[in-house]
Structures are given as C-alpha cells and as structure tokens.
Design a protein around this ligand. Structure first.
Ligand SMILES: Cc1cc2nc3c(=O)[nH]c(=O)nc-3n(C[C@H](O)[C@H](O)[C@H](O)COP(=O)(O)O)c2cc1C
Length: 151
C-alpha cells in the first residue's frame, strides 16, 4: 500500500513555545526528534512562514511541550491559527518555566532548549537546540500524531 511519509514516520504531537521580549507564542509541531545524546539535543522542524520561526530566531530559546494522549484539542488550537493574529493562550492553562517560556499544564513532558544552530531542509528549517531544562510525567502517555486526527 502506498502511503504519505506523514503517516509512515511516527512522531509525538508537541506545542513548541517561545518568548521574545513581551511576546509569547506557541505552535503545534509534529516533526521533532532527539538529535544527540551528548550534549542532549532536540531538533524541531519549522517552516519559515510560521510566526514561531521568527520569534525563536529572535530569542534563541524554545520549549517543546509533548502533549498527553487526551490533549488533541490543544494540538488543534495551536496548529490552525497564527500568533500573528490570535492569542492562542486565551483559555489555556499554562505556567512559566524558569526562563519565562509558557509551559502547558497537564502535558506528558516539557523540554526546554537553547538554540544552537539552524539548518535548511527544503520548505522547513531544522532548529537544533541543547536541552537546558526538562520535566516528565511518566504516569501519562504521549499523544502520537495521526494525520486523520487533524486533517
Ligand atoms: C498536528 C499538526 C502538526 C503540525 N506540525 C508542524 C511542523 O512539524 N512544522 C511546522 O512548521 N508546522 C506544523 N504545523 C502547522 C503549524 O502548527 C501552524 O501553521 C501554526 O498555525 C503556526 O503558528 P504560528 O504562526 O503562531 O507560529 C502542524 C499543525 C498541526 C495541526
């Protein structure tokens, strides 16, 4: 059976948050993976037209909120509107990390990274970040991306 690569490669659904000046934002990102063990590093793939792309380049920091399996609604909220024209945090429960980034409540895990480098991959850019902070609720299960859940 032929299939789209989107359905073949398994990934978690995350909301990548950042903060530049007073502006906070977050966007849904399914294309994320561990990039290195030492130093612990994560890569997230973000298209240049996303507002989050601009803000991470300005701030040099991003947080990966790996959603829990019952948080599909948050994936939709942060994945179908831009922070350029909507406040996606309205009516969303979150707190702040040590460096002031939004951390969504009740998620599976949070991994905060300092941006180390950016590489191009066609219509997306790969943001490679070194892990500076992490929290994990090992009693929860992560939300796994399935395109039919969202598109
Ligand atoms: C389930 C899901 C997964 C997504 N994964 C990605 C991704 O990996 N990379 C990306 O650039 N956009 C991805 N998007 C699209 C962005 O989340 C979307 O364009 C968002 O509105 C950008 O917000 P911003 O302009 O506030 O940064 C995804 C959307 C959904 C619904």
């Amino acid at each position: 059976m032929a299939g789209d690569i989107l359905d073949i490669v398994t990934s978690p659904v995350t909301v990548v948050t950042t903060k530049s000046g007073d502006k906070i934002n977050g966007m849904t990102v399914a294309w994320i993976m561990q990039a290195a063990h030492n130093p612990a590093s994560i890569v997230v793939s973000i298209a240049p037209e996303r507002y989050t792309h601009t803000l991470i380049k300005e701030s040099g920091v991003f947080g990966v909120n790996i959603l829990a399996e019952d948080q599909k609604a948050l994936g939709k909220k942060f994945g179908f509107a831009s922070g350029r024209d909507a406040d996606k945090f309205r009516a969303v429960k979150y707190h702040k990390s040590k460096s002031g980034l939004p951390v969504l409540d009740d998620i599976y895990a949070y991994i905060e990274c300092r941006l180390v480098s950016v590489a191009n991959a066609g219509d997306h850019d790969l943001f490679i970040g070194e892990v500076i902070e992490k929290t994990w609720d090992n009693k929860k299960a992560p939300l796994v991306f399935k395109s039919s859940d969202f598109f």
